[in-house]
Design a protein around this ligand. Structure first.
Ligand code: HEM
Ligand code: FES
Length: 450
């Protein structure tokens, strides 16, 4: 007997037979993009749905699901699609639509009505001469510019496991490590985000803002230290809050970029927590910050000394997937031209399949900063591929077609490092997919040709 899953927001109904599949399996099987960063292991919560009807037709919560729901104080209508198995009609709404939304979920785990100490890195980024810009432009144009600025510069924060904490006038504030992470990881994430923000601003100036003849410049200050994190405020209006001296100091460091005529300044504490040898710094300053008795040591951040894989992937991703359908169409055309025999493995409509692929590629770039989720997700993807009839020897075909597509779609917007980064990333993805699905052969046996 067949039952129906109804997806409210996209007004779509799909039929399923009661074979013990999860809601997530049903979404993927029907070509409906459904985030599942940890690959259905019940730990990332990105697959969460609100059940609008038919909750009695879902299997009881698994232990994984119970602990996720309990930690976040969810009401009973929220379920994890990777854990819930329907046995009758159900109406659901997916709650997380994009990888960019995933980081904000970290705020859910901050305490209510009190604050806890956490080691965090903080970025303050502001637009230079914004007051001047405001007085020479219409309010409508200012709102347009600010929106573009917040979107473009918010993305590198989110891609690097950070949380967009606040927009204050022309300033955007990012916090790294709100839900844990080592000091080193939080500082590295912040450094990578700051460099990504600078790249994003250059791109914005060359594209959207060029038409309105505006060129924005920014100043970025980064600091690390122990701050208090929690939801504070009036009981009816609590806000996610990050408080403490390191936050104030980050703001002052940002101010100092004006006096020192620098784009990005980092504190000594940031550099103490990362592998200094990998970071390219310029001038150093002994600055007396407002409200501080002793001068602090600040460094101009210029970049990474060697190519940084994540930064390269992040910088190219938006351009590469600007037209997702076109990317997927070019890619599959190349795959089928190279290996016509794999065409028969694809049962879905190729537009739906293309969207699942590009959705996954975007998700991979975001979740490189959460490798523990990513590896599990890719292992599961690899297991699915065995079910689809994919053999280990087919992976090089996909890799070649993907690199050629990236090359073609990026056109002039790439450097040799961009392609090198995607080459390395695809090796990582493929290895992780093959790790569970195609266990290595006996040491004496030869691996399949690839
Ligand atoms: C970089 C490696 C790859 C990635 C990231 C990838 C990604 C995906 C994604 C996201 C899906 C959607 C279904 C799901 O999530 O389980 C999918 C389905 C599929 N992929 Fe891949 N894939 C890769 C390699 C391959 C290879 C080497 C082949 C073989 C030629 C292949 C053939 C298929 C087929 C046949 C389906 C199912 C289509 C259907 O059900 O109609 N994929 N892939
Ligand atoms: S919790 Fe469901 S996919 Fe991660």
């Amino acid at each position: 007997m067949e039952h129906q899953i109804t997806y409210t927001a996209i007004n779509r109904q799909v039929a399923f037979k009661n074979t013990g599949q999860t809601l997530l399996d049903i979404s993927i099987g029907n070509g409906i993009p459904h985030l599942h960063e940890c690959g259905g292991n019940g730990v990332c919560t990105t697959c969460r749905v609100r059940v609008l009807d038919g909750i009695q037709n879902l299997s009881p919560k698994t232990a994984f699901e119970q602990s996720s729901c309990h930690a976040r104080k969810w009401d009973p209508s929220i379920r994890l699609a990777c854990q819930a198995r329907p046995k009758g009609d159900v109406t659901i709404q997916r709650l997380i639509w994009s990888s960019g939304e995933v980081n904000n979920l970290q705020k859910e785990l901050a305490p209510e009505g009190r604050a806890e100490e956490r080691p965090i890195a903080i970025i303050f980024c502001d637009i230079r001469n914004f007051t001047n810009l405001s007085s020479h432009n219409l309010n409508f144009d200012i709102a347009y510019m600010l929106n573009k600025f917040y979107t473009a510069l918010g993305e590198p924060i989110l891609m690097n496991n950070g949380v967009i904490y606040q927009y204050v006038g022309d300033e955007i504030i990012g916090v790294f490590g709100t839900s844990g992470g080592t000091a080193r990881k939080n500082c590295e994430d912040a450094i990578r985000a700051a460099l990504g923000m600078q790249y994003a601003l250059d791109t914005l100036n060359r594209t959207d803002l060029k038409d309105i003849q505006v060129k924005l410049k920014s100043g970025i200050g980064i600091n690390f230290g122990t701050a208090f994190i929690g939801h504070l405020g009036h009981p009816t209006h609590k806000q996610f809050s990050v408080i403490g001296d390191p936050v104030n100091v980050a703001s002052r460091i940002q101010d100092e970029t004006k006096a020192t005529q620098t784009n990005i300044l980092v504190s000594e504490t940031i550099l103490e927590n990362v592998d200094r040898e990998t970071i390219l710094t310029g001038r150093s300053f002994h600055s007396k910050l407002a409200g501080k008795d002793n001068p602090v040591h600040l460094h101009e951040l210029l970049g990474f000394k060697n190519m940084d894989l994540q930064l390269e992937l992040q910088a190219s991703m938006n351009t590469m997937l600007e037209d997702e359908d076109q990317f997927a169409a070019i890619f599959y055309e190349k795959v089928f031209a190279e290996a016509p025999f794999v065409r028969a493995l694809f049962r879905k409509n190729m537009t739906d399949q293309g969207r699942l692929l590009t959705h996954m590629l975007g998700g991979i770039v975001y979740s490189l900063s959460r490798p523990e989720h990513l590896k599990r997700g890719l292992a599961r993807l690899g297991q699915n591929h065995v079910q689809y009839g994919v053999k280990a020897a087919y992976y090089p075909i996909i890799k070649k077609a993907m690199l050629e597509t990236i090359d073609e779609v990026l056109g002039e917007n790439k450097t040799p490092q961009t392609l090198q980064a995607w080459h390395t990333a695809l090796d990582f993805v493929i290895d992780a997919m093959k790790s569970q699905a195609h266990p290595p052969a006996h040491p004496m046996q030869k691996e399949p040709v690839n």
